[in-house]
Design a protein around this ligand. Structure first.
Ligand code: ISE
Length: 342
């Protein structure tokens, strides 16, 4: 039996999930596209062959002909829609961040904990990216010795039109907060955030440079530059005591011309992480079908951890000081990395 999926939000990521579900996830039916703009919902539904379109997310989640939900609406709606999915007893793949407020993440966690079951798979898709997986594998199998440092670069061509305030820390950097924590298998203990004096620190998408310390003594640095101009570029290097491992972004072809060799950059993250999104959405279908939470995926607790670091990062920037992090104990539901069957 095919799993009927509703995609909430028909913006850049909603459209991408609709395409993936319709074309790259065997066993899934793209049932419904929901967007506050009825015209946009209908256009995306028609483009990817969805059965129906709607403008009411709560109704869409509750519908009897919807088995599971992908939440790809604006950041500040994620947590409440995740709660609605839980109330309807439906698994949801929720785009990151779960919320920018750690307290709101805790409310989702409380709900899952009280029901004794996970519903929310969080869209930290880099965990499924083959190059990050290889990095984690290299560390876990002892190939590079004990981890010492991790360097991260995260560059967008231009800050998206909806970016405001410190979304470089609350929207972009959570990818690195999560994936570095996942690769290293640790928790952060402190964060300091800097901005280059030469750039306008008040401009939307002003670059930030962060240094995080972990409980196990690693240093993690993260540059986020959302106005890098030249292309979408994510780099990372994990440095161990016996060697290092770098991410290698997929490059389709190299152009040799006028004494130069070069390759193209994507305009945004979708081509760079196409495999990761596909593998993540396929893992979500597996979760919906079997009820077993994908071991590698991020859950609501990971969303809370990323939101707490982001909040501390914004505080560190505003107060110009290193902020220490005191994380709560991981609730038992999230310890085994496998949820109970529904
Ligand atoms: C955006 O929201 C994403 O999630 C992208 O993956 C990331 O690279 C970009 O910086 C974010 O703004």
């Amino acid at each position: 039996m095919s799993i009927r999926i509703a995609v909430i939000g028909a913006g850049i990521m909603g459209q991408d999930h609709a395409r993936i579900i319709a074309r790259e996830v065997p066993g899934a039916t793209l049932q419904l596209i929901c967007d506050p703009s009825p015209g946009r919902a209908r256009a995306v539904a028609d483009q990817f062959g969805a059965v129906d379109a709607s403008h009411d997310p709560l109704h869409a989640i509750a519908r009897a002909d919807v088995d599971a939900v992908i939440i790809a609406s604006p950041d500040d709606t994620h947590a409440s829609l995740a709660m609605a999915a839980i109330s309807a007893g439906k698994p949801a793949l929720c785009e990151k961040p779960l919320s920018q407020s750690p307290d709101e993440c805790l409310a989702v966690i409380d709900r899952e904990t009280s029901l004794g079951r996970q519903f929310i798979q969080l869209g930290f898709m880099r965990r499924f990216d083959p190059s990050y997986r290889e990095m984690k594998h290299a560390l876990d199998t002892g190939l590079i010795g004990r981890a010492v440092m991790m360097h991260n670069f995260h560059r967008n061509v231009e800050a998206p039109a909806n970016f405001s305030g410190q979304m470089a820390i609350s929207n972009s950097a959570p990818h690195e907060f999560d994936v570095a924590r996942h690769v290293l298998g640790t928790e952060y203990s402190a964060i300091a955030v800097f901005q280059p004096a030469r750039s306008s620190s008040t401009g939307v998408g002003a670059p930030v440079f962060m240094v995080l310390e972990t409980r196990d003594g690693h240093l993690v640095n993260i540059e986020v530059n959302n106005n890098a101009a030249y292309g979408y570029d994510v780099r990372g290097e994990l440095v161990g005591e016996q060697g290092s491992i770098e991410l290698a972004a997929p490059v389709q072809a190299r152009v040799n011309r006028h004494l130069h060799a070069g390759h193209r950059y994507a305009a945004d993250w979708r081509p760079r992480f196409a495999d990761a999104y596909r593998l993540q959405d396929q893992a979500f279908l597996e979760f919906v079908t079997t009820g077993v939470f994908p071991a590698q995926a991020a859950n609501a607790w990971d969303g809370y951890c990323a939101a707490s670091v982001a909040q501390a990062g914004i505080q560190a920037l505003n107060e110009g000081r290193r902020v220490t992090l005191h994380s709560l104990a991981t609730p038992a539901l999230y310890l085994s990395r496998q949820g109970a069957r529904p």
